[in-house]
Each structure stands twice: as structure tokens, then as C-alpha cells.
Design a protein around this ligand. Structure first.
Ligand code: PAF
Length: 283
């Protein structure tokens, strides 16, 4: 019997492999990525393997989630290395679409409300529309039983849960914990943009976030604690802070003053040496 290919580049090849696995009674797990993989991505594969028999990852740098002036052109492209890493991690198939996934006459857009509003959307208004489109398209092509997304992009994870529920896409969305470097910096493909000085400053983000979460948990006023965190970030060398916000962990409704009985999440976006970082943690 011929060995199944590990990398497929067309929708036809992808669907053919998926239907062979379906016929054999296998369940399918899916991990979409934009490549430039690191240990955080590999942990998504490990998580997916706990929930499905066959794991498919995709590598596609989705143009619709980048605004003009963002890093679409310079986003690291390391497909060969990525594919090797995925294979070692136990992924069964990588879908690396050849060319654009958007047809010449593509004219559909998606607007997501709820958890997609505010926070990232206040600073990157194009972002969740682009993510919604590509994730919907990829889920339609792969038709997995489960799909895994990292909690590092917490608002993205809730947004994707909203889309799949609202559009009746039959997939279970599973969140995976954030993987961190030794100093606590959340792993991200964009961390490789840092020079030594920037990387040292970036390491303060997690420390400041943890201190803020601890203070709020101990009963501090949210506004006071988040203002203190913003000051600490700026003193540590961050050039700007988009937000340090506390939100309901399920709806992302901002909790301006007190926690009440809500399960709360602290979310941060700040820029250091031209690299915008996001991070979050449970309170
Ligand atoms: O989180 C990402 O890497 C991307 O936003 C995703 C989900 C692969 C869509 O392009």
C-alpha cells in the first residue's frame, strides 16, 4: 500500500485523505497555524492527539487578518522546518495550501460580535473578521471533530467558539494553556523580532501581569491595579500600552471596578521595541 503523503497542498488531496480516514472510522483533530512554529504550537498538537485519532495541521499566513502596515510581508516563512517539527510532534498531515485561499471573486466578509468586540478590536479592527473568514474556510475544508487553539490568543479562542456555535459548524473547540519561556514571556512567532534589549524588556510583561492579577484577587480596586500595571510596563521600557483590562472570562465584558462573582481574566496588549505583545491570565 502506498504511504499517505505528509504534506498536501490542494483541497482535493486534503479531502481525499480525510475521507480515507473517515472510512476507516478515525476521528480528526485540527490545529490551524500561520507557521513559524515553536513549542507552543507543538503543545497544541499534543493536546489534539489526546482528543482525536488523526491530526491535521495547516500552515497559511492569512492576509485578511493583517492590516496595511502590519507584518504580512515580513512574517517569518519557515515551512520546511515547520513541517519537520510537526512530523516529530506526531502530526499526521500538514495542509500547506498552494496560493491564496481567497478566490479572485471572493466577496464575503464575517462580522463577529460578543467576545470579539473591544480589546483587540479597538486596536486591530480588521483582525477578527479575517480570523473568522479563514478559520471558517479551513474548518469547512478539513471538517474535523475537534480543533485546538491556544489560550495565548484568548479573545480569538472565544471568538472562534462564538462563530462555530452561531454558524452550526460541527466541531468541538478546545483551548490549550499558554506555553512560556523561562522568564514567563508567552511563546509567540513574533518574539523572534526582538533584539537582545527588546527581549529583556519583554520578559517583564508576565511578572507585571501576575502581580496585577494577584493584587486584584486580593481585593484591590481594578482601576487602581491596572493603572499601576500600565505604569510598571512603561517604566520597564514598553513604549506603549494598548490595554490592561479585566474582563469576564466567558463573555469578555469588561469589569471596570470589582470582580463580583464573575470568573475574571486579565488581558494585556503592549508594545516594546516595535513588537506588539499580548498576554492574559486567570484571576
Ligand atoms: O492564531 C493564529 O495563528 C491564527 O490567527 C489562525 C488561527 C491560524 C488563523 O490564521
Amino acid at each position: 500500500m502506498p504511504q499517505p503523503r505528509f504534506i498536501v497542498t490542494t483541497e482535493k488531496q486534503l479531502r481525499q485523505q480525510v475521507s480515507e480516514w473517515r472510512l476507516a472510522g478515525k476521528t480528526i483533530g485540527f490545529v490551524p497555524t500561520m507557521g513559524a512554529l515553536h513549542a507552543g504550537h507543538l503543545s497544541l498538537i499534543t493536546k489534539a492527539k489526546k482528543h482525536a485519532d488523526k491530526i491535521i495541521a495547516s500552515i497559511y499566513i492569512n492576509p485578511t487578518q493583517f492590516a496595511e502596515g502590519e507584518d504580512l510581508g515580513s512574517y517569518p516563512r519557515t515551512e520546511k522546518k515547520d513541517a519537520k517539527m510537526l512530523q516529530v510532534a506526531g502530526c499526521d498531515l500538514v495542509y500547506i495550501p498552494k496560493g491564496s485561499l481567497y478566490g479572485e471573486h471572493h466577496a464575503t466578509s464575517l462580522h463577529v460580535g460578543g467576545a470579539a468586540l473591544g480589546l483587540e478590536t479597538d486596536y486591530r479592527p480588521h483582525f477578527f473578521g479575517g480570523v473568522a473568514l479563514i478559520v471558517t474556510k479551513l474548518l469547512n475544508r478539513v471538517q474535523p471533530d475537534i480543533a485546538v487553539f491556544g489560550e495565548k490568543d484568548y479573545q480569538q479562542l472565544l471568538t472562534i467558539r462564538r462563530i462555530t456555535s452561531d454558524l452550526d459548524i460541527p466541531v468541538k473547540i478546545i483551548g490549550a494553556p499558554i506555553m512560556r519561556e523561562k522568564d514567563g514571556l508567552a511563546m509567540s512567532s513574533r518574539n523572534q523580532y526582538f533584539d537582545q534589549e527588546g527581549r529583556a524588556i519583554a520578559g517583564h510583561l508576565n511578572r507585571i501581569m501576575r502581580a496585577c492579577a494577584k493584587e486584584i484577587k486580593a481585593g484591590a480596586d481594578i482601576k487602581h491595579a491596572t493603572d499601576t500595571a500600565i505604569e510598571a510596563l512603561l517604566s520597564a521600557g514598553f513604549s506603549s500600552v494598548d490595554y490592561v483590562s479585566v474582563a469576564d472570562a466567558k463573555t469578555l465584558k469588561i469589569l471596570p471596578h470589582s470582580l463580583d462573582k464573575n470568573q475574571a481574566r486579565l488581558l494585556i496588549a503592549a508594545t516594546c521595541k516595535g513588537v506588539r505583545l499580548i498576554d492574559n491570565c486567570k484571576i
